[in-house]
Design a protein. Structure first.
Lengths: 115, 113
């Protein structure tokens, strides 16, 4: 079975500082991994995804994430935080090609960006 | 590009009433998911449909039912509404065997008074 753990329900960084949001997964099969962002009172928007191929994936708004199979991690990073990055971020995993239909979300990390 | 459309965007109901939420997936998407997000909570998976058949079931109360129609739109029916049903309800769609991600609608906010 698949599951996702996001370390830290709240992360606070200063504007211009590095953003690091942690995500670890468990999966018995090669997973597909995703990061979504949710702004207040809005739907979830895909930031980036890993399916196959290059393990460092780049997404929108300057975010990127690296799939590390040995560490079962898919941490989200951004070199320089912007005030507009303040939102909640969700990591998600599916069963990859074996189980598209099952989608598992982490509990979310709220990012606060201080001026 | 066309996105997932949910209606209504806002709904106010009294306790014990019934509500119906509608979801129109992205054209050609064959899978629909419903999620419930309470205030300050994470999205909780309710139910999903693939090709008009229920494919997975999560924490959906027995008072709720859902279906996917021949045109792939889906409806979530909620009866005997309780105060605790007040939440943002998201629909998402995907294409089975596609790139894997879910595409979310903007949500329907249900308030039960």
């Amino acid at each position: 079975a698949q599951s996702v753990t996001q370390l830290g329900s709240h992360v606070s960084v200063s504007e211009g500082a590095l953003v690091l949001l942690r995500c670890n997964y468990s999966s018995s099969v090669p997973p597909y991994l995703f990061w979504y962002v949710q702004y207040p009172n809005q739907g979830l928007q895909l930031l980036l995804k890993y399916t196959t191929g290059a393990t460092l994936v780049k997404g929108i708004n300057g975010f990127e994430a690296e799939f590390k199979k040995s560490e079962t991690s898919f941490h989200l990073t951004k070199p320089s935080a912007h005030m507009s990055d303040a939102a909640e971020y969700f990591c998600a995993v599916t069963g990859g090609i074996y189980n598209f239909n099952k989608f598992y979300f982490g509990s979310g990390t709220k990012l606060n960006v201080k001026p | 590009a066309a996105g997932v459309i949910q209606s209504p965007r806002h709904l106010i109901k009294e306790k014990r009433e019934t509500a119906t939420l509608k979801c129109y997936p992205i054209p050609r998407h064959d899978t629909v998911y419903w999620y419930q997000q309470g205030p300050g909570q994470d999205p909780q998976f309710l139910i999903s449909f693939y090709e008009k058949m229920q494919s997975d079931k999560g924490s959906i109360p027995d008072r709720f039912s859902a279906q996917q129609f021949s045109d792939y739109h889906s409806e979530l029916n909620m009866s005997s509404l309780e105060l605790g049903d007040s939440a943002l309800y998201f629909c998402a769609s995907s294409l089975y065997g596609g790139t894997g991600e879910l595409f979310f609608g903007e949500g329907s906010r249900l308030t039960v008074l």
